[in-house]
Each structure stands twice: as structure tokens, then as C-alpha cells.
Ligand binder design. Structure first.
Ligand code: ASP
Length: 606
């Protein structure tokens, strides 16, 4: 239920000189009563004689009527009212005649016949209409005047929903014994795989704080400190290059628990998410979300079947590994890919009518995604209708048809490339096709991805798939880091990762082993994370936790197009804030105090 339909659920107002009721409280049960309301002029209609003003506050809109006979001086004043003026008005609640009832408004059965009006603030003509807005305004303008944009009912609803989500999280975690503890914003680097934002120190010139990419290390210290169950609605900062729909500062629900296994953390989080859904979703939507326990899928299986580590399991079109069927093939494209360590993967898109132009567009899309090409085919008899059919033997075609469970007329798509690329490309095409063919049902899917590799190879070295503090399953064989599995889990909602975490390393020697794999020497580890290693030496309980991207979570709940629609004051893609003008140059004197000098070009990186 939205706030705007629920004025009765708002705390009663203590009457003062501005108002004694919310706009949204103007309901038939108050007929004949006097009411004083305050708010913004939402809409104004001047019918020569009668003047109608829709007045808006946070709870809704009420229609004010100014009548030349009955409103006295207030009618005269009302002539000059303009959109977004701020007023207080007193009048009598009158039932509307049947033909003027507005069924679109919760207060649409009554109106307020005004006898007293005070203008509290004149408004300049706003750069875009609050009332008339229909999405035509550019985002830059909306963000530049965000305080006006936020007046619009959809934005008010988004903020209210966000509040309800965090309240439900806090309530649930509080009941489960979690303590909300704040951790520093000015700190040292917390490696989550992004670049740090740095803040120069004035008192120690030449030294810098880093803004936290997450509270990871502090929440581990809080476990060492014996708090056992911690959470925080935490601001995190990651200085990443342009990536659509990301924010350089964003919010996580971050939590950590002691004396737990991965199963415990997942179970506690299923309870949490389920409780949040119960608290904030309409029943009809709630019914489309399954109750826990949520299914679990190992990482390797997710890649093999869905092409990525955030499987959208609401529909089929699963990938198949065709490599074994094609090891001996004469077709150079397939064979070459396999011989150089690659794979051939395919998917059966079902019986589809696709003209040549659409198939060409699919090839182009696959190439944009980094594939060298895309083979398409329709099953015809025992073989294929496809430009590629002539390169494959009859036995191979039969085998491929069977591996892809192809029936007459089914469209088959095949990519031969490195294991990662072939999965990624087909995984993305799978999502495109589901969208295009309308295969996504209302039923939602929540799934845990488990059994992650600890490390992935990158540029000849190793990189942590989660972060360097994730505990391996069993031990760590330094000679074979690629084989190590992590006690990590990500939660994926309709194909989007909404949270991820792990059991942590709680032994200093094991932590150093993980650092060794990542190429972090003991000296470097001591310099960067010495405080953590030291804490682990003073009695660290086994612990683990998770963090959710809160902005993304609320965006999904709301069905908003952009993450920016659920953040009060977001930044644009270049990292700038059109409202305040941040980031901005600073005075030379401020730089001098910091011992800094700006060199070279200024301005946004294109
Ligand atoms: N700190 C991790 C992150 O920000 C989450 C976790 O491991 O709890 O992704």
C-alpha cells in the first residue's frame, strides 16, 4: 500500500498554525467539519467564478474550492496562486455532487470550501511540472532540481518503499539479536576489486584515507570483538569507470555472524528476505515469490546450464555442452576452437519463426558480445536447415540434434569459443531470446549459487572471485589454486545478484596463504592488513556473513528502470552530481594545506 493512500495510517497531527489535518485525511467521514491543511499547489483550475486548487502534502491531494461569495478575500488571493506555491488553507469539508466525484483520488468524494488562505511561499515556475510530469524531462534536469523531482508521487513512493525495506530489515535483525554498529568512512583500503576513493590527510600530509569499498574488515574485527551478530545499512564507495546503472557511493545491508557455517548464514538470510517480502509487498506480488528454502546451484553447473553465475531459472532454453560430439569434426571452426582449449556450446531456442534478417541480427549481437561467430540451424528431418549444415556429417547432425533435444523446426544456436566466452555469449543470447519470445513467467526465482572457485586466473596471476578473506572449503593447495573451492554463496533473484558473502578465513596462517596466491607478500600483507592478521591471532571465532546491494534490492521491488530512481540524491554515470556540482575544483589554499598540487588536465574523462 502506498503512503499516499494511507493518510489514516499517518501519526495524527498536533494542530498548529499551519494545519490540523493531512490532505489525505479529507474523507467523507469528516463532512461538515472544519479542516486546516498545508502543502504545495499541485494543480490549479480557474473557472472564472470558482477556483479549484489541488493541494498536495506527503499523504495525498485534496481539492480546495474558492468561491467568490463564500471565500471572501481568500478567493481574490487564490487568483494569484501558481503551481508549487506553498500555502495553508482552512475550510469546510463538503461532499462533492455525484457527477463531480473523482474516483481516481482517495479524497475524491469531498472537497474543502476555503474561507482562509495564507501563502507561505511563492514558487518560481518550476523547470518541469510536478503534476503534469510524464517522463519527458531529461534525467540531468531531474537531478539538477532533485528536490522538485522528489515531490512527484512516484518518487515519494520510491523513498517510502526504501524506508519500509530498511525498517523491515532492522526489525527482523533486531529480533534475531543482531546489533547495528557503524564502521568508519575514513579508513584504509578494503579490497573488493574496485579502485579506492582517496581522501588526503591534512594532518599527515602525503597520507590518504581510503573510503571503504565495504565494511568487510571492520565487520570481521567486530566478530573478533565478540559481538557475534552485526549488521549495518552501510555506505560503500567504489571508484569504477563508467558502468551503466552503478553509483560510486551506494548502500549495502551488511551483516556478519560468529560460530556459523555457510548453511547457517544462508538459512538466516532466507528468513530475513522472506520477512522483508512479507512486510513490503502486496499480497498478489508476494504470492509469486517462493518461500524458502531457496534452491542451491553449484557455480560450475550455473555456468554450464545458464552461461553465467547469476542464473535466471524462471525459464528453460538451457545451454548444452556439445564439445564431445565435435572433437573429430571436419568443420574447422568447431575443431579449431576445441583444439585450442575452447568449447562448443549450444542452446535449443524452441520452434521459432525467425526471418533471415533476425538471424543475422543475432549473429551481430553474438559478435558484439565478443564471439567470433554464431551458428544457427533449424532441425529439418534428421539434419539441419542451416548454412553450416554442409560442413557437418549426417552422424554429427544427428548427435547434435539429440544433445540439444531438438524437434522438427526447433531453432538451434551454437557458439564455439573459449569456455568462458562461449558461456557468456550464449547465456546473454538466452536472456535476449526469453525477453523476445515472452518466456518469462510471473513466478519469481530466488536461488543460491554455491561452490565457487576461490580464484580465477587473470593476466598470468590469480584473482579472488569474492575477496581475499573468503575461506576455502577444506584447505588451500598453493600449488593448485585453481582447484580451491570457496565457502561462498551469492543470492540471485530473477537473474540478478542481490547479495553475496562467505565464511571467512579465521586463521592467520591460512589468510597469509591466500594472500600468497594473490601475490600479496607477507611484508605487503603486514603493511596493508596487519591489523586484521593481528586480530586473528588474538582469538578469532569462525565467522561469516553477507552483503546485499540495497539500492538494487529496492529497485527490483519497485520495478524501477534505474537504480537512480530509488536513491534520493544519485549521481549521473560520469560520477557527477548535477545538483551540487560535485566533484568540483577546490581553492588553491585548501590544496596547499593538504600539501597537494593539481597537475595536468581537469574535467570529466570522456
Ligand atoms: N564485503 C562483501 C561485498 O561487499 C560481502 C561479504 O562478503 O559479506 O561484496
Amino acid at each position: 500500500m502506498s503512503d499516499r493512500a494511507a493518510a489514516d495510517q499517518f501519526p495524527a497531527l498536533t494542530p498548529n498554525e499551519y494545519r490540523d489535518a493531512w490532505c489525505g485525511q479529507a474523507l467523507p467521514k469528516l463532512e461538515g467539519r472544519a479542516m486546516r491543511v498545508a502543502g504545495w499547489v499541485h494543480r490549479r483550475r480557474d473557472h472564472g467564478g470558482l477556483i479549484f486548487i489541488d493541494l498536495r502534502d506527503r499523504t495525498g491531494v485534496v481539492q480546495l474550492v474558492f468561491d467568490p461569495e463564500r471565500s471572501g478575500g481568500a478567493h481574490e488571493q487564490a487568483h494569484d496562486l501558481r503551481s508549487e506555491d506553498v500555502i495553508t488553507a482552512r475550510g469546510e469539508v463538503v461532499r462533492r455532487s455525484a457527477e463531480t466525484v473523482n474516483t481516481q483520488m482517495p479524497t475524491g468524494e469531498v472537497e474543502l470550501w476555503v474561507n482562509e488562505l495564507t501563502v507561505l511561499a511563492d514558487a518560481e515556475t518550476p523547470p518541469f511540472g510536478v503534476e503534469s510530469y510524464s517522463g519527458e524531462v531529461g534525467e540531468e534536469a531531474r537531478l539538477r532540481h532533485r528536490y522538485i523531482d522528489l515531490r512527484r508521487p512516484p518518487m515519494q513512493e520510491a523513498m517510502a518503499l526504501r524506508h519500509r525495506v530498511t525498517t523491515a530489515m532492522r526489525n527482523h535483525l533486531d529480533q534475531r539479536g543482531f546489533l547495528e554498529i557503524e564502521t568508519p568512512i575514513l579508513t584504509r583500503s578494503t579490497p573488493e576489486g574496485a579502485r579506492d576513493f582517496l581522501v588526503p590527510s591534512r594532518l599527515q600530509q602525503g597520507s590518504f584515507y581510503a573510503l571503504p569499498q565495504s565494511p568487510q574488515l571492520f565487520k570481521q574485527l567486530l566478530m573478533c570483538a565478540g559481538f557475534e551478530r552485526y549488521f549495518q545499512i552501510a555506505r560503500c564507495f567504489r571508484d569504477e569507470d563508467f558502468r551503466a546503472d552503478r553509483q560510486p557511493d551506494f548502500t549495502q545491508l551488511d551483516l556478519e555472524m560468529s560460530f556459523v557455517t555457510a548453511d547457517d548464514v544462508m538459512a538466516a538470510n532466507e528468513e530475513l528476505i522472506d520477512a522483508v517480502f512479507d512486510a513490503v509487498l502486496d499480497e498478489s506480488v508476494r504470492a509469486t515469490i517462493p518461500r524458502p528454502p531457496y534452491p542451491r546451484i553449484p557455480y560450475d553447473e550455473s555456468i554450464a546450464r545458464f552461461g553465467n553465475d547469476r542464473p535466471d531459472m524462471r525459464f528453460g532454453l538451457e545451454l548444452a555442452d556439445l564439445t564431445d560430439a565435435l572433437r573429430e569434426t571436419e568443420f574447422k571452426v568447431f575443431r579449431g576452437a576445441i583444439e585450442s582449449g575452447g568449447m562448443v556450446r549450444g542452446l535449443n531456442a524452441g520452434t521459432r519463426d525467425m526471418p533471415r534478417s533476425a538471424l543475422d541480427a543475432l549473429i551481430e549481437r553474438a559478435q558484439q558480445l565478443g564471439a567470433k561467430g554464431l551458428v544457427w540451424a533449424f532441425r529439418e528431418g534428421d539434419g539441419w536447415r542451416s548454412p553450416t549444415a554442409k560442413f557437418l556429417s549426417a552422424a554429427e547432425l544427428t548427435d547434435l540434434n539429440s544433445r540439444l533435444s531438438a524437434e522438427e523446426g526447433d531453432l538451434l544456436l551454437i557458439v564455439a569459443d573459449s569456455p568462458a566466452r562461449s558461456a557468456e555469449v550464449l547465456g546473454t543470447l538466452r536472456l535476449d531470446l526469453a525477453e523476445r519470445f515472452g518466456l518469462i513467467p510471473d513466478r519469481q526465482s530466488l536461488v543460491w549459487v554455491v561452490d565457487w572457485p576461490m580464484f580465477e586466473e587473470q593476466d598470468g596471476g590469480w584473482n579472488a572471485l569474492h575477496h581475499p578473506f573468503t575461506a576455502p572449503e577444506g584447505g588451500l593447495d598453493p600449488a593448485n589454486p585453481g582447484a580451491a573451492r570457496a565457502q561462498a554463496y551469492d543470492i540471485v533473484w530473477n537473474g540478478q545478484e542481490i547479495g553475496g558473502g562467505s565464511i571467512r578465513i579465521s586463521r592467520p596462517d591460512l589468510q597469509q596463504q591466500a594472500f600468497d596466491v594473490l601475490g600479496i607478500t607477507p611484508e605487503e600483507a603486514e603493511a596493508r592488513f596487519g591489523f586484521l592478521l593481528e586480530a586473528l591471532r588474538y582469538g578469532a571465532p569462525p565467522h561469516g556473513g553477507i552483503a546485499y546491494g540495497l539500492d538494487r534490492f529496492v529497485q527490483r521491488l519497485l520495478g524501477a528502470d534505474s537504480i537512480r530512481d530509488v536513491i534520493a540524491f544519485p549521481k549521473v554515470a560520469s560520477g557527477g552530481d548535477p545538483l551540487t556540482g560535485a566533484p568540483a575544483p577546490v581553492d588553491a589554499s585548501a590544496l596547499r594545506e593538504l600539501g597537494l598540487r593539481v597537475q595536468g588536465a581537469k574535467g570529466p574523462i570522456a
